[in-house]
Design a binder for this molecule. Structure first.
Ligand SMILES: [Fe+2]
Ligand SMILES: [Fe+2]
Length: 163
């Protein structure tokens, strides 16, 4: 999967919003009455740890839900904030699991990994606070950041935990 992600990232600089859900595919999904997840779990994402894998699956579910809500703009500002709070709460829980696991194993990369987790939380909090200035644009920025961060971190950094 690393190769697949890097090929995509290299080709596009970063993963662009428009590539997540092309208009033609979106129209097809609407016609069929199904939702299209922005990121779908693949076995290649496995970090070879059952607990972490199941938390990653849940994290992707939260991200997909957030994406659907933002796309459909179903919430007002406080609704969006509540959805982001859910994401923050679950990611905090997940980060603790990983950090404890790494600490126990005296993993060499623990410090840097914790820093990445902290930066993630700070960025999401910052985006949440500025949501009211331009909800559509901030929502788009948030989803773009989330997809790029989650894929990069999950595939590259979390992939090192079991090693
Ligand atoms: Fe993770
Ligand atoms: Fe992590």
């Amino acid at each position: 999967m690393k190769k697949e992600f890097f090929e995509l990232a290299t080709r596009q600089g970063i993963v662009q919003w428009s590539s997540y859900r092309p208009a033609s595919h979106a129209a097809e999904c609407v016609a069929k009455g199904v939702t299209m997840p922005i990121v779908q779990w693949k076995d290649a994402y496995s970090v070879k740890n059952l607990a972490i894998d199941s938390q990653h699956k849940k994290l992707l579910k939260i991200l997909n839900r957030l994406y659907d809500d933002f796309m459909d703009d179903v919430n007002n500002d406080s609704g969006h904030e509540a959805a982001i709070d859910k994401l923050l709460a679950y990611s905090e829980y997940h980060f603790q699991t990983e950090e404890q696991l790494m600490d126990k194993a005296r993993h060499a990369n623990t410090y840097n990994h914790i820093q990445e987790h902290r930066l993630f939380t700070e960025k999401i909090q910052q985006l949440k606070e500025t949501l009211g200035t331009d909800r559509k644009e901030r929502s788009r920025e948030l989803i773009e950041f989330l997809v790029n961060w989650v894929l990069q971190h999950l595939i590259v950094e979390d992939g090192k935990i079991a090693h």
